[in-house]
Ligand binder design. Sequence first.
Ligand SMILES: Cc1cc2nc3c(=O)[nH]c(=O)nc-3n(C[C@H](O)[C@H](O)[C@H](O)COP(=O)(O)O)c2cc1C
Ligand SMILES: Nc1ncnc2c1ncn2[C@@H]1O[C@H](COP(=O)(O)OP(=O)(O)O)[C@@H](O)[C@H]1O
Length: 323
Amino acid sequence: MKIYKNIEDIRAPFSHACVTIGNFDGVHLGHQQLFAQVAYQAHQQKGTSVAITFDPHPLQILKSGGIKLISTCEQKIELVDMAGIDVMVIVPFTQEFAATTAEYFVDEILLKRIGMKELVVGYDYAFGKGRTGNISFLQQQGKEKGFSVAVVDAYYTQGTLVSSTHIRQLLAAGEMAEARRLLGRCYQIRGEVQLGKQRGGKEIGFPTANLKFADEDLVPRHGVYVSQVICDGKCYGGVINIGCNPTFGEQALVAETHIFDFNQDIYGKPIKVNLLEFLRNERRFDNINELAAQIGRDVASARKILSEQSKELAISCEDKFNS
Ligand SMILES: Cc1cc2nc3c(=O)[nH]c(=O)nc-3n(C[C@H](O)[C@H](O)[C@H](O)COP(=O)(O)O)c2cc1C
Ligand SMILES: Nc1ncnc2c1ncn2[C@@H]1O[C@H](COP(=O)(O)OP(=O)(O)O)[C@@H](O)[C@H]1O
């Protein structure tokens, strides 16, 4: 997939561009319907499938307090690529860009720059200053300016509307199996392993690879989860604790993963952690021995769950997720 992080970098319009636009936070099953439709239409016409998104997320700029995101921009790129899209355009979203009118966006960006011939949007999509670029506006523009507009219906699975907002609520409640069902994949956090307080290995007997959350990252329900850890292209079982280590009177929020059957120094390395199932709340223990005993029980529960679900979990550790 070719990636453009600036509209100006697109030197010539793409051949028969079939385009979809959106924020695509989480790249969930609903978003995936749009990508499948765009890829299909592009294939039919021997054209180019194009996904346009924005970074930062528009609400990061437009909404006071911003918005917490299911996926990082890097993860979004990876997932859009896996959906079979040829070109991804990531428009830098600024206050100035927010003032762009829908008509200017259609004329200058979609038509002149990208060479859009077909547009695919979700049932509730609108863009541009004041959200004037809604579906009826786009259909009208299409008639006048010669591009088709396909509107993809709301996507439901087993009676539930798939939406980023609903998935955020599920993650905040620790409902990982349901989140996984709507995402079409495991909810994942990722980052480079940070130096912690050096207690895990030496004092507790369970070394943990620590990740920090960025301001814009959604933080799932605090507590302990069964997990899969992807490190150097290999997949391991693990347990992750998301919390503040109350036993040690700490304040800072961290995500600490103990990786099973693993003994390597991975400080500074990128890891990905799939959160599979919530096990328990984080709590304060009276002493390190009690904490260590509980972590031992967490490890045993997690191993059991991982082995029971090994067949269905194999897919989330496939190569394409591990690069
Ligand atoms: C599976 C697991 C469960 C944990 N549960 C708790 C907990 O309930 N309460 C707590 O204070 N810390 C908990 N911790 C965090 C440990 O306190 C933490 O790993 C330890 O302080 C090591 O920190 P360090 O990596 O900065 O050295 C847990 C860690 C793991 C891996
Ligand atoms: N099984 C394991 N799980 C997680 N990290 C491990 C494991 N084995 C070795 N490590 C290494 O040990 C480090 C964690 O040790 P720990 O004592 O918890 O220190 P810190 O406080 O810096 O996290 C990890 O960052 C990683 O480099």
